[in-house]
Design a protein. Structure first.
Length: 248
């Protein structure tokens, strides 16, 4: 059976429009209430900005043979056991007949502060994956095939995210790929290395300007870390699980 990408490109555009639209709605709502957060935080406290991408993942799961899988989105059923900590709260879990099929994280970052947030996102992504795979090795999820573990970042496409950034390392040189790399390029490098080190099945970053609230415009930084690769790998993993289920 051929995998079904569920018209992902059109749905991704709608997800991007919803991302920027939800941020603006959250900001306006807080301003109207007289309790607006400082800076960009006013646009993120609603917590629904990446829902369009979550809906796309649900469509991929259903279109590739797991119509009856349990897709968990509520906080009370989104925790998995860890190895270095008791539990970790994920953004979306796919379960099928008691097996963990997929665990996904959806992240976003907008300006003006890209530097500190990039470091925080990097540390979080690495730690989360290492914790999960160590737990998997130690039998936290029982005897089962490796789950799909995905990390998707939507980054604001802006001058500050595209401009070269210099680093200071007085004792040892930084790796050459990071020299003068913009934050967009650094996210691309991060995603590539997360996959190369097998910390994530797929790690992807897409970039989008604020004006995309009207058009859904978004771009990719490389084929390897692009949205099509993310969706294709997920669809293939879901189809493989469905095939195993049919054979039992």
């Amino acid at each position: 059976m051929a995998i079904d990408l569920s018209n992902y490109d059109a749905k991704a555009k709608e997800a991007v429009k919803a991302f920027w639209g939800n941020r603006e709605q959250a900001r306006n709502k807080q301003i109207e209430s007289g309790k607006a957060d400082q800076g960009e935080r006013a646009g993120v406290t609603a917590g629904k900005n990446m829902d369009g991408f979550i809906a796309l993942v649900k469509d991929i799961v259903h279109a590739n043979g797991l119509e009856h899988a349990d897709i968990h989105l509520e906080r009370r059923v989104l925790t998995l056991p860890g190895y270095f900590r008791p539990t970790k709260l994920w953004d979306l879990l796919v379960m099928n007949e008691g097996r963990l099929i997929a665990a996904l994280e959806f992240k976003s970052q907008v300006g003006p502060s890209f530097g500190n947030n990039f470091n925080n996102r990097t540390e979080e992504a690495i730690g989360t994956a290492h914790d999960l795979w160590t737990g998997y090795r130690e039998g936290a999820f029982g005897e089962q095939m490796r789950p799909f573990v995905g990390w998707l970042m939507l980054l604001e496409d802006a001058p500050k995210s595209r401009s070269p950034v210099k680093d200071q390392s007085p004792h040892f040189p930084v790796f050459k790929e990071f020299k003068n790399a913009s934050y967009a390029e650094r996210y691309n490098i991060l995603c590539r290395k997360l996959m190369q080190e097998q910390l994530y099945t797929v790690a992807s970053v897409i970039v989008s300007p604020r004006e995309a609230v009207e058009t859904g415009e978004h771009g990719e930084l490389s084929e390897m870390t692009g949205l099509r690769s993310f969706i294709s790998e997920l669809a293939g993993h879901i189809a493989a699980e469905a095939a195993r289920t049919w054979m039992v």
